[in-house]
Design a protein around this ligand. Structure first.
Ligand code: MG
Length: 391
């Protein structure tokens, strides 16, 4: 079997979902997805000539070939790795379909048939304890057993000093990475409200989006210890593993990070320094399914769980779920599209993919999903082609 074409379709979801279709001379196709990013679909087209004529079964070789071909253009990290991830996922789907085998079987089989999903939650524009509590109750009522909220939000104490220089009012500076005492107390009140709104068995995580300095992150994490969070995500910027390690070692609150890292090399220091309690690779961004499995196995030698970051369409999400099934140390997978009512409609099927907070994996070949082309066309990113051939 030989690859005859590589095509893309960019769907305008809550992020751009860059779908990648690989075609073969056997008539079998594979469908993958890359994380959003400027130029990602363009990079997939740059990869196309090196893929045409190749044997799609040699997924690891083709991954390495793409990384090496693009090394000068930036395959250490960033959009190039993201584009490669979309191709890689399409190749695994193709191989699964050719062998009539689910992707999870290709990765060693399943530790679990149902993948626990956590709901990323937004409580509207009002970042009040009451709004957070209400949203938490709504989402748990849908059956989710794990939820996440943003903690680095505007609140009565996060008034930008450049907009409101009255020193008698609460203020903050947006770039100096500090958390004021009042701001920290407000953040704790948000967590307390969510924790009290849902039963104790519901797992609650909080995200800080890389905002704070080390001592303030430690104070925040320690003040949150009574709430037994599933994790506190990205309290400090992602570049400095020594800083991550210091925060992680200073608190009982588990620290989660990893969505900004790429390829197995990007995770090496984080894992080997045990600088995070939980690692969150974004699978359609960091290198794809096999690279994520390698990171998970490396993390498992330090008994570190994996909780993949995920903002994908059903294609990227379910492909990720297949490799999550094959990771012994999988914890929970993100769902970030609660506000996209047609998320399920993008693929053919009967009803929602996520039921009672889980994705139940099918035994269909590949990832098992078929694109609903009418819905995909209806939400095509303006100005882009629907699986047009290499431009
Ligand atoms: Mg995050």
């Amino acid at each position: 079997m030989r690859i005859t074409d590589v095509r893309t379709a960019v769907i305008a979801g809550n992020f751009d979902w860059v779908l990648v279709r690989i075609e073969t001379d056997a008539g079998i196709t594979g469908l993958g997805e890359a994380y959003w990013g400027a130029g990602v679909d363009e990079i997939v087209h740059r990869l196309r000539p090196g893929l045409i004529g190749q044997n799609p079964f040699n997924v690891a070789l083709l991954y390495e070939k793409m990384v090496r071909e693009m090394s000068g253009a930036g395959s250490l990290a960033g959009a190039t790795v993201t584009a490669i991830s979309g191709v890689e996922i399409a190749l695994w789907d193709l191989v699964g379909r050719a062998l009539k085998t689910p992707i999870s079987t290709l990765f060693g089989g399943r530790f679990r048939d149902k993948i626990r999903i956590y709901a990323d939650c937004h409580a509207g524009r009002e970042h009040t304890p009451a709004a957070y509590a209400e949203k938490a109750r709504q989402v748990v009522a849908k059956g989710y057993t794990a939820i996440k909220f943003d903690l680095d939000v505007e609140n009565p104490h996060t008034r930008d000093i450049s907009d409101d220089p009255d020193p008698r009012r609460p203020w903050y500076e947006p770039y100096n990475r500090t958390i004021s005492t009042a701001e920290r107390a407000y953040m704790v009140s948000l967590v307390a409200a969510v924790r009290e709104a849902v039963p104790p068995e519901i797992m609650v995580a909080m995200d800080c989006h890389w905002k704070y300095n080390v001592p303030d992150a430690i104070k925040l994490a320690q003040d949150l210890e009574p709430y037994d969070l599933l994790w506190l995500e990205d309290p400090v910027p992602p570049e400095n593993v020594d800083a991550q390690a210091k925060v992680s070692a200073s608190t009982r609150t588990p620290i989660c990070t990893g969505e900004n890292l790429y390829r197995k090399h990007g995770y090496r220091e984080l894992i080997e320094q045990q600088a995070a309690s939980i690692i969150a690779p974004d699978i359609p961004k960091m290198g794809g399914l096999l690279e994520a499995k390698k990171v998970a196995d490396h993390a498992d030698t330090y008994y570190i769980p994996i909780a993949p970051h995920n903002v994908a369409s059903p294609i990227g999400t379910v492909a990720a779920a297949h490799v999550c099934a094959a990771m012994s140390n999988f914890l929970v997978l993100e769902f970030h599209a609660q506000d996209v009512p047609w998320w399920d409609d993008l693929v053919q099927g009967e009803g929602p993919l996520i039921r009672d907070g889980y994705i139940a994996l099918s035994d269909k070949p590949g990832h098992g999903l078929e694109l609903n082309e009418d819905v995909a066309r209806a939400h095509l990113k303006p100005g882009t082609a629907f699986f047009g051939d290499g431009r």
